[in-house]
Design a protein. Structure first.
Length: 68
């Protein structure tokens, strides 16, 4: 179907199902798409965090930039 330009939208909270059937995964939280992942690079932990509204890079400390 992909070669024919057809897309299928699968809505599920079953990660095994999503990972086995998807080429790309769009994760939504609060009615917004917060990330789109290639399924081959997607990690269960990252998907779970995104489903909870946490972007993993939000957990990293921000570096202070010296000015002047």
């Amino acid at each position: 179907m992909r070669d024919e330009g057809t897309a299928v939208l699968l809505v599920s909270t079953e990660l095994d199902e999503i990972l086995s059937l998807s080429d790309r995964i769009a994760v939504m939280y609060g009615g917004q798409v917060i990330d789109i992942l290639d399924s081959e690079d997607a990690e269960r932990e990252r998907i779970g965090l995104l489903m909870a509204g946490v972007k993993p890079e939000d957990d990293k400390p921000k570096r202070e930039v010296a000015h002047g």
